[in-house]
Ligand binder design. Structure first.
Ligand SMILES: NC(=O)c1ccc[n+]([C@@H]2O[C@H](COP(=O)([O-])OP(=O)(O)OC[C@H]3O[C@@H](n4cnc5c(N)ncnc54)[C@H](O)[C@@H]3O)[C@@H](O)[C@H]2O)c1
Length: 352
């Protein structure tokens, strides 16, 4: 069988992303943050939200709907609440600043709530909650995104795939890191399957005419189905209410498509919550209780076909450890798209 992927190191991909974003007009330090976030998604096995997105982000900068040099402003509202204006820059930059602010507020008030408007697509949501977790805080990240799924009973794309992320630190055991889109699978995974000419399983999407499809390209042009039927649709609505309606960002189908609409900035909204873990019990007791919870969970009897019970985030951590050793498999189609961008900006080919 002919080779369909090349293994590339995280370091090479981060350097590639950084130099492309610098050419796109980002400050070196900002370019590095975005590139690291994308490669972190690749490392965790979420290739749909990794370097395959670079050409799309660069196109959006060139089209003038993403500001490469945003003046991100933080406005403090109360002892526990701040507001962030992302100035239409890369969502990653507003996302990190906002989560930092939520952690700062939580440090002083026990809880920090930060609403973001004028942001754009912020990639893998886990990155922000993992950042708060490294600083010892529990956190949640809400975002809205461009229309991908219909509300239950509807047939046109209206609600975003809008991932919800939450992280709870532990003492010595595996921490909890949830990061899940409201679709059965992330829309980006369907896009990547379309780029790679692959089909998708049944039950994930409908085509433009509302018919079920396994053709990834047709699915990408159509609508994704929410996980859990009406319940997934209800949660997708909450993502839009808390990230869009509440924060002052776009909502109700107004966040423009990343790929198909370059008419105006997206004005995506996010909402970050950070919580100090020692609010009700001491920090040591909290960590002991968390470790105990994880051990109890893992020692439960296993269902048929399962050797172990994993904590959310554990599959991705394992994948990251492996990919740091083997390199990250990048499909030839994605490499071709990246080479095209390198050539456009007069940068050296990856020469893979
Ligand atoms: N920014 C955006 O607008 C946007 C939109 C959609 C998706 N995304 C991103 O796409 C990525 C993929 O999302 P997804 O919904 O396809 O994720 P997924 O279905 O791969 O995983 C969802 C969650 O389930 C957990 N999980 C999976 N298998 C498990 C197991 N065996 N045991 C315990 N836990 C398990 C994972 O750790 C993860 O927390 C995410 O990083 C998300 O943030 C971003």
């Amino acid at each position: 069988m002919s080779e369909t992927v090349k293994y590339v190191s995280a370091k090479t991909l981060t350097e590639l992303g950084t130099s492309l974003f610098v050419k796109g007009g980002l400050l070196e330090e900002d370019a590095q943050v975005v590139a690291q976030d994308l490669v972190a998604a690749n490392l965790r096995g979420l290739d749909s939200h990794g370097v395959s997105r670079i050409p799309m982000y660069l196109t959006r900068i060139r089209k003038g709907v993403v500001n490469p040099n945003p003046d991100i402003k933080i406005e403090n509202i109360t002892a526990a609440v701040s507001k962030v204006d992302g100035d239409d820059g890369m969502g990653f930059l507003a996302g990190h600043k906002a989560m930092d602010e939520a952690v700062r507020l939580a440090g002083q008030s026990g809880i920090g709530l930060v609403g973001v408007h004028n942001s754009t697509h912020y990639g893998m949501a886990a990155i922000y909650v993992m950042e708060a977790m490294k600083k010892g805080f529990i956190s949640m990240a809400y975002t809205n995104s461009s229309p991908a799924i219909p509300p239950w009973g509807g047939r046109t794309a209206y609600l975003g795939a809008s991932p919800f992320a939450a992280a709870v630190p532990s003492g010595n055991e595996t921490p909890y890191v949830l990061d899940m889109a409201m679709t059965v699978i992330a829309r980006g995974k369907i896009r990547l399957a379309a780029t790679n000419g692959e089909s998708i399983p049944e039950g994930l999407a409908l085509d433009r005419d509302g018919a079920p499809t396994t053709n990834a390209s047709k699915a990408f042009e159509g609508v994704c189905l929410p996980f859990g039927g009406a319940k997934g649709s209800a949660l997708a609505m909450l993502m839009d209410l808390l990230s869009g309606v509440l924060t002052g960002a776009n909502y109700g189908g107004d966040v423009k498509s990343l790929y198909f609409d370059h008419s105006e900035p997206q004005n995506v909204g996010h909402l970050f919550i950070a919580i100090k873990p020692d609010l009700f019990v001491s920090k040591t007791e909290f960590e002991n209780r968390m470790d105990d919870f994880v051990r109890r969970t893992k020692s439960l009897p296993k269902a048929q076909g399962f050797d172990e019970i994993l904590i959310p985030g554990e599959p991705e951590e394992r994948k990251a450890a492996k990919r740091l050793e083997t390199g990250i498999p990048i499909s030839l189609n994605v490499i071709k798209e990246l080479e095209h961008e390198l050539a456009r900006y007069g940068l050296d080919s990856l020469a893979l």
